[in-house]
Design a protein around this ligand. Sequence first.
Ligand code: ADP
Length: 637
Amino acid sequence: METTHYEFQAEVRQLLDILSHSLYTHRDVYIRELISNAADALDKVRFKSVKGEKIADADLDFEIRIDLNQDAKTFSISDTGIGMTKQELIDNIGTIARSGTSEFVKQLKADEKNVSLIGRFGVGFYSVFMAGERVEVTTKAADPKEPSWIWTSDGTGTFDIAEGPQGCKRGTTVKVHLREDAQEYAQKWKVQSIIEKYSNFVPFPIKLDGEQVNKVTAIWREPKSKITKEQYNEFYKFIAHQSDDALTWMHFSADAPIQFHSLIFVPRTNMEFFGIESPDEGINLFVRRVLIDAHDKEILPNYLRFVRGVLESDDLPLNISRETLQDNPYMIKIKNTVVGKFLAHLQDLSRKEPEIFKEFWKNHGRIFKEGYNDFANKEKIAPLFHFNSSRATSKDELISLDTYVDRMHTDQQEIYYLSGPDRKSVENNPALEIFKAKDVEVLYCYDPIDEFALPGLFNYREKKIISADQVDLSKLEKIPNKENDDKKGKKPTKKDEKELEKLARRIKDILGARVEDVKLSDRLVNSPAVLVSQSMSSQMAKIMHIYTPEMAQKPKVMEINKTHPLILDLLAIYKKDAKDRILDTAALNLFNSAALMDGTVMDPQAMAANIQAIISTALSLYTQAAQATAEEKPEDN
Ligand code: ADP
């Protein structure tokens, strides 16, 4: 018999190395992973058969068998599923073709407790080497023409593939030769308790040493009143490969006009690894008890991709292909109903269980906000958006748009937000000063998506949503300043105002094309200057610059603070000598510091040179002054 020798892919070798040395407490999961692979294989072959494709050994029951042998020290699991061809063996259990694998392996290395993640990452098979010192996979693909194969490995660097036995029936058997320290997996009570814990909801009979041990119930088809919280959570853990309970769930069935059942869970944690979409994303779609798609991504919109769950309808045709599913008119109706119901569920949660909603928002809000462009559901989505705000006392305090509008100033016409990487940088943004002075609340946004989501909503309860750094100041005119606003400096006289206008023009001459214009500001309280743009918020400009760096940034208007001591000093110098060279250095520095606050410094080299120029002027003034005092002293004597 011919045997071919293969090397595992490097990432697989690393993964195997971690698994074979991992903590014993997590070892049980390998049984869950093998059972779930067997169930997947059965789902696939059943789908093939309902589509009318020819399958080998069509008379076999769809089932999973587990056989233990204490003397031989083996654990075997067999299924009558789809099996694997030789090439599939090499591709599926020899390599991992998935982006993010190296990072995943690194993370596993750093945190062994994360071994339970391997199922979610889609590399569950390899966990068998936590318990096995040698593993034999005998498999025969469902295609009647395919022969059978035996794959063997001791889980170190290599595996072998040889021809399988004659007369081998469709399906796969994984025979695990248990390690000396893993003999418990040849004991029935142990294996049974693991199946009860993790695999009770597998939709095929699991026979342990000939005896069926699971219940095979489709709980989503049962009436809600019959199912306990524990059952829901048990089912959730099974379909989502999770060890925690779900955060919340929605169980909804409809009879007319279309019959369907849906059971949708919100996980406690964000499942996207390193920003890469999780491979087990999507909904289990059943038609008349047959799993059509284990990871359907069409039923729910992308912004709900964090949920896990099941949808089943008896009104859809069984032989429907995944591709035509999305255009099926029944499917479209089901989809709209489920999304609407689920959004209503979240709305309910926000009202009745604010603590749970808060956790939902913390973990999934960023993805959910992508829903801003689901215009059909805008009325349901926008009220769920939550943000930190200028009235909050910490970054964790969140408010809804409704709360914002409810407590708006009577003369306030618009909703304001301001973006930045964190609370501190938003608070220090000079654009906020006028809002603080007038005590107008501003939503604080820390996610890049907010820059699309908020303006993307356009308005809320008929109030326009505007970035605070783009506000048209006339809109705030009617709102008086806070009483005792002692921070505001004295108003300049009419004459000074004229001179200030001239100074602004002089500064514009110095700055040239760096700015669109220089104007006297009504919005500043503490800062000497700020850059503003009517066309785009500065956060959005930064995002655009990342995506299209070749596009030149549009110059902004620099506004200067009429009452700030620095500006008044400049004015004094200007009045004495409008051509004084120090005005040039000072104006450039003023612009640079405003650009720095704005986060849009374009030419750091020139900026550094300018800072050095002003330091050197200051130092020489200091030396002159020191010399002058030294010279004065002898005269005193
Ligand atoms: P996942 O199941 O998440 O894809 P695994 O590492 O557990 O990741 O399995 C890798 C692949 O090997 C599976 O996707 C499947 O194609 C194949 N496979 C594993 N076990 C079986 C089985 N019992 N029958 C058929 N194919 C299997």
